[in-house]
Design a protein around this ligand. Structure first.
Ligand SMILES: Cc1cc2nc3c(=O)[nH]c(=O)nc-3n(C[C@H](O)[C@H](O)[C@H](O)COP(=O)(O)OP(=O)(O)OC[C@H]3O[C@@H](n4cnc5c(N)ncnc54)[C@H](O)[C@@H]3O)c2cc1C
Ligand SMILES: NC(=O)c1ccc[n+]([C@@H]2O[C@H](COP(=O)([O-])OP(=O)(O)OC[C@H]3O[C@@H](n4cnc5c(N)ncnc54)[C@H](O)[C@@H]3O)[C@@H](O)[C@H]2O)c1
Length: 471
């Protein structure tokens, strides 16, 4: 049996694993990067990029359908085969970009195999070889969870791993799960003319903790497709489709061509032999780890990306990979990495952003500033005047601590707020910065001003509070 040795072995060549490998090598380690397929990252192949491509197609059709609002007569027809072909063509180009960067890695670093722990720092590979490393980074990502109740209709169940392979758009789709994944793809499908209904057993849309923004967001998105929260489902085959019956907050039944199951993506840690590592594991088989060093317990084992089941978005996978790789290389010397403020965007329309710490209405230490986009100048110009933002701030001085935002172009304005929160700025300081007119960003001023007023902080002396954008 061949025995390989290295300083740092990385399991998984996704965004987190590739970053970890680069980081470990940059810090002087010799590395081995193991992946069962080297198929490009989840982000490029079945995640961020193909989903945004489908959303872009949906938005194009939406613009056509709504052109008459502006006095423009437009008619359009969706060519489902062409839509899916473009999604795959552009997606494949993104995947090819990842593959090119993997190709540039030294040949001896890459190992195509499935890896499993056979001890704290010993990996057993599916090709029969063994790796003895000084430290290991787990970057195995996550995979779709398909509840057992869908077993009976498995051939009509899609996940993010199969939906982009459809040759044509379906006539109808039931989307199970109103998280970011389900909502983004459901709205894209609905905009492309697919009859779409979203179902969730939970009461909350998009996992939002702020009930006011959640309610506004639910109402806005429901104009385009039914989104049924708090429902229990029953499912059975129906010819070449699926019959879904629901009860709870609403009841009914409907036949769909397909179901998109978007009920979460748990970490891919089952079956990787963590029980052989000596790490303490919780009921879900997860090791405890430090989110600043990415170290699991005090072992020479580090974890990064979706595998750690925290902040499962791309920029965090990349940052965690960098920290994990650096510390794996320097083990036993391990130092905290710089984490950024938690920040997630859902690319529906309206966009949703969740940043930092979400305060409850009765949180005595916080104040909350609210602004609606229903009457906002630029949003009215663009006929997308709907949305609500809520900013949370420290009651003592108005320092911004978090935000939940649902509104037009929030993917952009949320970056400014995330940067302000991370920089420790107060509402007064943000208001003192330039706001161009007429922009969506001006819509945030009302929320910032109400924070100033609540904490008795001055609004900037040379900025006019009375000016109402759009008037
Ligand atoms: C539909 C969808 C849309 C998304 N949209 C966005 C978005 O718009 N913005 C955003 O920030 N995030 C988005 N995300 C989340 C983002 O894609 C993930 O957070 C990110 O890709 C996780 O990267 P990773 O490196 O942890 O995992 P992955 O990229 O999945 O990499 C894991 C790798 O590990 C390998 N592997 C697993 N087990 C083993 C083993 N035992 N042995 C060897 N190899 C193994 C796999 O083959 C895989 O290559 C989206 C996700 C989905 C599903
Ligand atoms: N824009 C983005 O950054 C983006 C987009 C898509 C996906 N993602 C990532 O992909 C991952 C997976 O997303 P997701 O939306 O699938 O997961 P999620 O956990 O966010 O949402 C799953 C939803 O499914 C519901 N659910 C669970 N079991 C159910 C059942 N049996 N029947 C009906 N509903 C059920 C839950 O109540 C929840 O609302 C997340 O980590 C997310 O960060 C990110």
């Amino acid at each position: 049996m061949t025995k390989l040795t290295c300083d740092v072995a990385i399991i998984g060549a996704g965004t987190a694993g590739l970053a970890a490998e680069r980081s470990a090598r940059r810090n002087g380690a010799n590395t081995l990067l193991i992946d069962e397929g080297f198929g490009g990252t989840t982000c490029a192949s079945v995640g961020c990029m193909p989903s945004k491509l489908l959303i872009a197609a949906g938005n194009a059709m939406h613009a056509v359908k709504h052109a008459s609002v502006f006095g423009v007569e437009a008619s359009g027809k969706v060519d489902g085969v062409a839509v899916m072909a473009r999604v795959r063509q552009e997606r494949d180009a993104f995947v090819a970009g990842v593959e090119t960067s993997i190709d540039k890695l030294p040949e001896e670093v890459k190992i195509e195999a499935r890896a499993k722990f056979a001890g704290t720092t010993i990996l057993s590979l599916s090709d029969g070889r063994k790796i003895h490393a000084k430290s290991v980074v787990i970057a195995t990502g996550s995979s779709p969870a398909i509840p057992e109740m869908f077993d009976a209709v498995r051939d009509r169940v899609l996940t993010n791993e199969s939906i982009f392979e459809l040759a044509d758009l379906p006539g109808s789709i039931g989307v199970i799960g109103a998280g970011a994944l389900g909502l983004e793809l459901a709205q894209a499908m609905a905009r492309l003319g697919v009859e779409t209904v979203v179902f969730d057993t939970g009461e909350t849309i998009g996992g939002l903790k702020d009930p006011h923004v959640a309610e506004a967001y639910h109402a806005i998105l429901s104009r385009e497709m039914p989104i049924l929260l708090g429902v229990e489902l029953r499912v059975e085959p129906d010819g070449d489709g699926v019959k879904l019956a629901w009860s709870g907050s609403a009841s009914g039944e409907q036949r769909f061509d397909y179901l998109l199951v978007a009920t979460g993506r748990p970490p891919r840690i089952k079956g990787i032999g963590l029980e052989t590592t000596g790490l303490a594991l919780d009921d879900h088989g997860m090791p405890d780890y430090d989110p600043e060093t990415m170290q699991c317990g005090s072992a020479p084992i580090f974890i990064a990306g979706d595998a750690d089941h925290d902040r499962a978005v791309l920029h965090e996978a990349s940052a965690e990979g960098m920290i994990a790789g650096r510390n794996a290389a320097s083990y036993p010397e391990v130092t905290p990495g710089k984490r950024t403020v938690p920040f997630a965007i859902t690319f529906t329309h309206p966009n949703v952003a969740v940043i930092g710490k979400i305060a409850k209405d009765d949180d005595a230490d916080s104040v909350i500033g609210t602004a609606s986009y229903d009457d906002q100048g630029r949003a009215k110009v663009e006929a997308c005047n709907a949305g609500l933002v809520r900013f949370y701030a420290d009651r003592r001085d108005g320092r911004l601590t978090g935000a939940t935002m649902a509104g037009p172009a929030v993917e952009h304005s949320a970056h400014l707020i995330a940067w302000a929160i991370q920089s420790g700025w107060t509402a007064t300081e943000v208001l003192d910065l330039p706001f161009y007119h007429p922009t969506f960003e001006e819509g945030m001023k009302g929320a910032l001003r109400s924070i100033c007023s609540e904490v008795h902080a001055p609004t900037p002396p040379d900025r006019d509070d009375g000016f109402i954008p759009g008037t």
